[in-house]
Structure formats: structure tokens, C-alpha cells
Ligand binder design. Structure first.
Ligand code: PMP
Length: 457
């Protein structure tokens, strides 16, 4: 009998006992290829000796020092590296204020989003604009499960039970070409049209009320690795600038190299005012998240209130920062970003070859080692499967049976839940493991589809 409970209260879970590269082994000795890094976390696999040694060394010297009293070398060095790698604003007069050169460390993604929301609000107060009290975000997005992050998240079924407790936030449509791009519309035109939904919403609510626009650079859990259309975020940046609205990009899932670039937004040519990262930052070796903050926001708060009215006991935990630093060193020393781009292409080619003509696969998309597959009951009409069939849960169960960890989810598409599978294998994945991934995924998908075609009596 277990005394632990998880989000799924009805079925028991296998006991994970060890990790070997891209594999997790359970207490029965069964091996699972971890093709989703849990949820895009384990970017270096499960047994990286250098990261483990760095965490151990920090535990030996000093496990924890409260950030109300101290900084640590690991935290400082990690911040230096992140700032050095962050995308830079190009040739703007405001380049210095826009530069992401301060880092606030937390313990995970939801905490990073909460901190970013509060930094944005405090910057408005400190620049004398207390009337800015509203965030705009996007439908079908996920920013975390704490109440602030849930309020800006646009995932209807997650928000529903907690709605009365959530702060008001406005939502616009996501940039989601598969379902929103019009026939005959170019990618670039669609990107601009999708971004203009923000302008419309700002006109509706009044620019003077808006603190910030919040978006995932590449949409992860809710839609399954949906990248923005070309030009979308550049237009979003222009709209925000014209109205004095801050831009918060959530790269908790898509950042830290997942897309083949340490910061996903570098590929879109935009620099946000606040950039949230987590997951791959600690790579599962330690719980760690961070907000990169522009010099402009930092200076505003420093010259105003003088302190950030926030903080958690474990902010900037020394052993977590040592782990994060070792992960960054490993990515640089092993030149993993070109590898992610190469293996990402190899994965997407395999998915196209295997599922491109599959009658129930509507769309394949993604960037780098962050790939998604959307499942539909009818390819032509793009009709989602009936949510009561629980296709995504069945795929997850069948994949686990086959020894594959992938991340199937049901998103909400205009009030209808649709199913997709998210793939985020480790950066160290080998070509042969990509074959294993594709074979096992095909097996799991076929078994799950057979389950719904012929439900057990
Ligand atoms: N933002 C995004 C984009 C995420 O994918 C997640 C986690 N799935 C979060 C925020 C929340 O992160 P955490 O679970 O670490 O709190």
C-alpha cells in the first residue's frame, strides 16, 4: 500500500529505480526509452556523470545558503553564462534597456512565471502606471499550475475548477497554423494576422490597463510543439512596444536548447522583456527555474521600490544552481546545439516517413528535438477524436507497455478536446534510438486505436 498520491488517483505507477542515458529502468528491470524527457526535462539523459559530480561537490562544500543573506559562486556563474547566451536586441537605440542581463532564480517553471508576472506588475508601479493591472495571454497555452500562472494559462479545462480564485486575464487565439491558417493564406500573412489579434484585444480592453502579453515561444504541453508562424513574434513585439506593454516569453519547455538554440526566441528574431526558463535548465538533476530580466525593468524597480517584493526559501538553491551550471557546461563543451538540430531533423524525417500518411495523424510539427503529432478522427475535416475515448491516455498506457515514455495530451480546440503526442528525447539520443522511438510509437498508436475501435467488453 502506498501513502503517496500523484495527479492520477486511480491507477498505481511503476517504481523507477535507475537511469541509463536515454532509458529509465523500473523495479521489475523493465527498460523504458524516455522519448519525452518526462515533460521535456531530461535533456542530458538520466546518468550524466559530470552533472552528478558537480551537484555532489556543491553538497560537500555548501548545500544551501538563503538568498536573503548570500549569493553563491554557482549562482553567479550560471547567471553569467545565461546572460552571455541570451538573444540580444539588434541595433536599437533602446538596446541597453532591452538587454536581458539580470537573472532571478527559482525552483521550477510555475515559479518562474509567477516571478515574471510580479516583476512586470512591479515595473508598471515603479514607472508610475498603477492602472496597468491586466495580463493578456493566449488560449490553448500552459504556463504552470500555481494560481497566477493558471490565470494567464489558456487551457480551459485546467482553469475551470479554479476560475473563481484566478485573477482576471484576457486571452487571444494562439498562433496555430494547422487549425487557424486560411486556405491560400501565406505563412507570413497568417503570422501577421494572428499577431494582430493582440492589437484588437488591446483596443478592446484599453492599452492603459495592460501590464504584459504572455506567450510560449513554441507551444508545448497544450498543443504539442507548435512553433509560431514566421514574423508572428516580431509583429507582437512591435505591438507591445507601441502600447508600452511588456512581453513575457515562457520558454520553460521550449528553451534551454530543446529547439536547437539555447533560447527558442533567437530563431524568431525577438527579445522579450522577461524570459522564463526551467525544465532543461536543471535537466532533472535538480529542480531549477529562472527569469531573465531586461536591464530596463531591473533599473526601473531599482530606482523605484528598490527591491523585488517576492521570494521563496529555495530561490537560487546552491546545489540546484551547481547542477544547472554543469548542464550549461556540458551543452557547450559537447557542442550539443548543432547535434539537437541534426537529430531533430532525423526525428522529424522518421515521423514524416512513418506517420505522414497515417489516416489518423492530422499534423506533424516542431523544432529541433521538440516534435508534436496531432491526432484526428478525420484528416480532411480535422475533426478531433471524441474526448470520452481518452485516446491520449490510451496511447500513454500502450507506450509504457511497449517500453516508451512519450507525452500524449488532450488540448482544447475551440472548446473541443483534441489529442496530440509530444516528443522531446534527450540531446544525447542516438539514431538507433530514434528508430526504436518511431517503432514503439507506431505500435502504441495502433494498439490505442484498436482499443477504441474494439473497446474491451
Ligand atoms: N510553462 C510551460 C510552458 C510549461 O510547459 C510548464 C510545465 N509543463 C510550466 C510553465 C510549469 O512548470 P513547472 O511544472 O516546473 O512548474
Amino acid at each position: 500500500m502506498t501513502h503517496v498520491f500523484h495527479r492520477q488517483l486511480k491507477s498505481p505507477l511503476p517504481v523507477a529505480v535507475s537511469g541509463q542515458g536515454a532509458y529509465i529502468i523500473d523495479s521489475t528491470g523493465k527498460r523504458y526509452l524516455d522519448a519525452s524527457g518526462g515533460a521535456a526535462v531530461s535533456c542530458l539523459g538520466h546518468s550524466d556523470a559530470e552533472v552528478v559530480a558537480a551537484v555532489k561537490a556543491q553538497l560537500d562544500s555548501l548545500p544551501f545558503a538563503h538568498t536573503g543573506f548570500f549569493t553563491t559562486e554557482a549562482m553567479e556563474e550560471l547567471a553569467d553564462r545565461l546572460v552571455a547566451a541570451a538573444p540580444r536586441p539588434a541595433g536599437e537605440a533602446a538596446a541597453r534597456t532591452r538587454t536581458l542581463d539580470k537573472v532571478y532564480f527559482v525552483s521550477g517553471g510555475s515559479e518562474a512565471v509567477e516571478a515574471a508576472l510580479k516583476l512586470a506588475r512591479q515595473a508598471c508601479l515603479d514607472r508610475g502606471e498603477p492602472g496597468r493591472d491586466l495580463f493578456i495571454a493566449r488560449r490553448q497555452s500552459y504556463h504552470g499550475n500555481t494560481l497566477g500562472a493558471l490565470a494567464v494559462g489558456g487551457n480551459a479545462w485546467r482553469r475551470e475548477p479554479f476560475q473563481p480564485l484566478l485573477m482576471p486575464a484576457e486571452h487571444i487565439a494562439p498562433c496555430y497554423a494547422y487549425r487557424e491558417q486560411l486556405a491560400g493564406e501565406s505563412d507570413a500573412d497568417y503570422g501577421l494576422r494572428a499577431a494582430d489579434a493582440l492589437e484588437e484585444k488591446i483596443q478592446e480592453v484599453g492599452a492603459h490597463r495592460v501590464i504584459a502579453f504572455v506567450a510560449e515561444t513554441v507551444v508545448g504541453a497544450t498543443l504539442g510543439a507548435v512553433p509560431p508562424a514566421p514574423g508572428y513574434f516580431r509583429r507582437i513585439r512591435d505591438i507591445c512596444d507601441r502600447h508600452g506593454i511588456l512581453l513575457i516569453l515562457d520558454e520553460v519547455m521550449s528553451g534551454m536548447g530543446r529547439t536547437g538554440h539555447l533560447f527558442a526566441c533567437a530563431e524568431d528574431g525577438v527579445v522579450p522583456d522577461l524570459l522564463c526558463i526551467a525544465k532543461g535548465l536543471g535537466a532533472g538533476y535538480q529542480p531549477l527555474g529562472a527569469v531573465l530580466c531586461s536591464a530596463g525593468i531591473y533599473d526601473t524597480i531599482q530606482g523605484g521600490t528598490g527591491y523585488f517584493q517576492h521570494g521563496h526559501t529555495y530561490s537560487g538553491h546552491a546545489a540546484a544552481c551547481a547542477g544547472g551550471l554543469a548542464v550549461q557546461k556540458a551543452i557547450a563543451a559537447r557542442d550539443l546545439m548543432p547535434r539537437v538540430r541534426k537529430m531533430g531533423t532525423a526525428l522529424s524525417e522518421r515521423l514524416q516517413a512513418r506517420f505522414g500518411n497515417h489516416p489518423f495523424v492530422g499534423d506533424l510539427r516542431g523544432r529541433g528535438l521538440f516534435q508534436g503529432m496531432e491526432l484526428v478522427a478525420d484528416r480532411g475535416a480535422k475533426t478531433p477524436f471524441d474526448p470520452s475515448l481518452k485516446l491520449n491516455a490510451r496511447i500513454k498506457a500502450r507506450a509504457m507497455e511497449a517500453g516508451l515514455i512519450c507525452y500524449p495530451m488532450g488540448g482544447t480546440i475551440d472548446g473541443v478536446r483534441g489529442d496530440h503526442v509530444l516528443l522531446a528525447p534527450p540531446f544525447i539520443v542516438e539514431e538507433a534510438q530514434l528508430d526504436e522511438l518511431t517503432d514503439k510509437l507506431a505500435q502504441a498508436l495502433d494498439a490505442a486505436l484498436a482499443d477504441i475501435a474494439h473497446p474491451a467488453a
